[in-house]
Design a protein around this ligand. Sequence first.
Ligand code: ADP
Length: 164
Amino acid sequence: MTGKSVRAVFPGSFDPITNGHLDVIERGIKLFDELIVAVGRSPVKNSLFTPEERVEMIAELTADMPGVSVESFDGLTVEYAAQKEANVILRGLRSLTDVHYEFKLAMTNRAVAGIETVFVMTSEQYGFTSSTLIREVATLGGNISNLVPKNVYDRLQKRLNKKK
Ligand code: ADP
């Protein structure tokens, strides 16, 4: 068989990675030979973790997933994908609101770089999980332990205790 090997890039801010992102990674790697989780270094509003910390947490979570790796990147996603010789961009969808934004992003990326975007839909239970809300709720002392992996939860606690 002369199957084509498919390398995908899953770009995002991942500040921090959530159970929803992890769900997308687990679904994505079933579709591709290789999946690079790509942490954007561009500044996030009210960011909590540095790109290095975000990469570290994702590396801990994906260490035993064959084919999955993680890196940070600067600048345009499509340029990074080209540099990595990736054929596909992976993105996750939670709701119709996501579709609206993601559709424009995917069309733009295809228009400027000819790269296709593949979407996977998250498990229903993570349909409302976002890094932004997790940062907000955790900062105000809410319990987000069901929404993020254990290593992220522990780091969030540490970070927020330090901030107090
Ligand atoms: P960005 O800053 O580019 O929106 P994020 O880190 O917030 O990056 O998200 C990266 C990708 O993961 C996006 O495609 C986003 O729609 C998707 N995503 C985020 N949270 C979830 C979730 N709970 N379920 C499925 N996909 C998600």
